[in-house]
Design a protein around this ligand. Sequence first.
Ligand SMILES: [Ca+2]
Ligand SMILES: [Ca+2]
Length: 332
Amino acid sequence: MDIRIAFAHPAVTLAIAIATTTFGAGPALAQGASAPAPKGSAEAELAAAQEEARVLAERAAGAALIDTTPPVLRRINITGNVNAQQVGQSVDADIQVTDNLSGVVYYYVSLRSPSGNQTLFRVKRPPAPFTNVSSTVTLGLEPYSHPGFTKFSEPGTWVADYFYAYDANGNTISYNEFQLRSLGDTQFHVTNFGPYDIVPPRLLSGVIETRTVRLSKPPAFTSPGTMPYASGNMTISDSGNGTFSGPYSAYLAFCLPDGGGGCIDSLLMYGETNRSGISQSTVIVGTQLKANQRTGVYEMWYIQLADLAGNSRYINTNFRNYFPTTTVVVNR
Ligand SMILES: [Ca+2]
Ligand SMILES: [Ca+2]
């Protein structure tokens, strides 16, 4: 099975490494390993989609006559403009994506702001596989898109910067900003006469609350066999350009090294702030371990923070500047 995936989107290469064996600047997971993929960001969404496509492909590998060709994006044309100071703003995208045999079951399109700091995305899952998906879809309006345009949106020329799709047999395809440009009009204008926010949140400090986790020890007052949780917290501040949107989500990832620059297994803690519009928040992040979680010393891998306006910050070095300890020990 030929699974061709080129995650060219600058913001997603990192989290994608969780779910693949071959991509990303950081260490990648070994074959067969999997990681949780919480909702809430473009990175998590793409990591989850990648994993789904991989499972589909694996499942199909034993079949006799199978589809081995990914879908093709035929056109993408964006129309409309956005006035960021008004609510409910969006643009329309006329999109056609076709597939030769098994049919399209998933596509993803993201938009970026002029600076590239703000991104938003929409996922479309045809309810059944279709060989020709041709429709005009709304982009930039919640709950269709994540996030939506807000009063914090950056003014200027925005552009569709990434497209990803897979068919019912797990064949995947992606297009970068320049490839998309050759398939239609991928630009539109955002007007914002108010202050906005293109500054990513900043990490002030963090703490790992569960420095040791025992797989055989269920959380208090739960039935035997219930898997334990790992958690931590991070204190995050946000600023902007005359105003700020406030910290929104936080990821804290750990890698169980395989000794060769990759990860045998991983932990992905996730959390969201309680309230919007607060300049500084302490976010609790956590995850429940898997039944087949590998034991060992998990090392801090990366941190990703996002604000409500869609600006995100990625940290993958100098963890000691923020955290007194940087490992989670998982025992039997
Ligand atoms: Ca196909
Ligand atoms: Ca901000």
